[in-house]
Design a protein around this ligand. Structure first.
Ligand SMILES: [Zn+2]
Ligand SMILES: [Zn+2]
Length: 447
């Protein structure tokens, strides 16, 4: 049943709205002030709350904040209504937790149009497209570059967009980082699921710009019917939400983060293990400046590790300083051992391999690895497929192919069975089972 709670001290307004909504199949609850409204909301957990800004006992802004802090009401659709048409009030209502704002008198057609984008699933059950519910577990690369987008004839084969990987697994749409690759992903999602509300989770490894810069251009964020959860760990200086949204402040971008019409929730993670629907996720801290993590997604078809920015300690130490034992080498070994524990049981590893061994020697402690180190780590961890990732913006297609070939040579020399590819924009990988992965050859050649 579609439930709506109307909170307004003006009985006439409530009566008009109740009539409109009742005629359209909504079950109506009413409250005449903020206190009573909050109490009913907690008890009933309505799908939608429509509330006036100027309420007795608890004003609309206070009410929205209280609603958002109440268990089970975080994803309830809140529509603020007000006779005051000040732009600042709209902005403050959205900041306090409302999803939408309508001026009074509320026009029935406008309200019904807004509500037509609300999915009837209940506030605690996730709204998601059913189209990918039953599909295979898949990985698609939308941005494979580090540092800065690097378009041009030299990079057409592997692509020039910065970090963004889409994973569809067990009914979840999970997006790993929102570099510039999230822009074509957004367009593709809207083309694939026209008019359907989507529920997606974006896992942010860290807020370096090449991992968040595409979000202001992510079209689903501009459509009210979509739910977007952004999860990540606190930045080194300020909270995740603050840093993530600051790139959309006035001097940098014309639309503010809070003005994006979709339902966006930014959640700062504390625990290193959590769930996205049925997908269990483990995080591990990476060897990279500031707070940066890698994510391991435990799906029904195997485990995927995404570690786009990481300087493997021991392997890099060896590349830089040779095989001689030392205290620093022993410490580096202990650091890599911790990571190997994290990687254990993974099938696919998407790992930073920004440099070749020679380049690495002049980039020690920059927070990125080299191909030789990535292969060495992957071989020791027993994973099945390695994707070299976070390509240097100065590496052209020829260079990346050569690096991948070099990596395969290292595996062969070690007598390993590890498969290695340089990640390429547009490639889709299907996880057939926990034991095998297939790359879709069509998408491989299509790019
Ligand atoms: Zn990066
Ligand atoms: Zn970084």
């Amino acid at each position: 049943m579609k439930t709506v709670l109307l909170i307004d001290d003006d009985r006439v307004v409530r009566t008009i709205l109740a009539r409109t909504l009742g005629q359209n199949g909504w079950e109506i609850y009413e409250a005449s002030d903020g206190d009573i409204g909050l109490e009913i909301a907690k008890r009933v957990r309505p799908l939608v709350i429509i509330a006036d800004l100027l309420l007795p006992n608890m004003n609309g802004f206070q009410l929205f904040r209280a609603l958002r802090q109440s268990p089970g009401l975080q994803s309830t659709r809140i529509i603020a209504i007000s006779a005051k048409a000040f732009a600042g009030d709209r902005q403050r209502a959205l900041e306090a937790g409302a999803n939408d704002f309508l001026g009074k008198p509320v026009r029935p057609a406008e309200l019904l149009e807004l509500l037509s984008h609300t999915v009837i699933a209940g506030p605690d059950s996730a709204t998601r497209s059913s189209l990918h519910e039953e599909g295979p577990v898949s990985i698609k690369f939308w941005g494979v570059r580090g540092s800065i987008p690097s378009p041009g004839p030299e990079t057409v084969q592997y692509g020039g967009n910065t970090s963004c990987v889409e994973v569809r697994a067990d009914g979840e749409l999970i997006i790993l980082d929102s570099g510039s690759g999230i822009r074509p992903l957004g367009r593709s999602l809207l083309a694939e699921f026209p008019g359907q509300p989507l529920n997606m989770t974006i896992l942010i490894t860290h807020t370096h710009w090449d991992h968040i810069q595409g979000f202001p251009f992510f079209l689903p964020a501009y459509q009210a019917q979509h739910q977007i959860r952004i999860l990540g760990f606190e930045g080194a200086r300020e909270g995740l939400a603050r840093i993530f949204s600051s790139q959309m402040e006035g001097p940098f971008f014309p639309v503010g983060f809070k003005e994006m019409p979709s339902h966006i929730q930014v959640e700062e993670l504390r625990q290193l293990e959590f769930s996205v629907g049925r997908v269990r996720v483990h995080a591990a801290f990476a060897n990279h400046p500031g707070i940066c993590v890698g994510y391991k997604l435990l799906t029904s078809a195997g485990a995927i590790v995404y570690m786009p920015d990481h300087e493997p300690a021991l392997a890099c130490h060896t590349v830089a300083k040779g095989d001689k034992e030392s205290d620093t080498k022993a410490f580096a070994r202990s650091q890599d051992d911790k990571l190997l524990e994290f990687l254990s049981g993974a099938d696919v590893l998407i790992l930073d391999a920004q440099y070749d061994a020679q380049e690495y020697k002049t980039h020690i402690h920059w927070g990125h690895g080299c191909v030789d180190a990535a292969v060495s780590l992957a071989l020791r961890s027993g994973i099945k497929k390695l994707f070299l990732f976070h390509h240097d913006p100065d590496h052209n297609d020829q260079k990346l192919s050569a690096m991948a070939e070099h990596a395969r040579g290292l595996v062969k020399a070690a007598g390993g069975t590890l498969e290695v590819e340089a990640a390429r924009e547009g490639t889709t990988v299907e996880m057939k089972s926990a034991l095998s992965t297939d790359i879709d050859p069509e998408t491989l050649v299509a790019h």
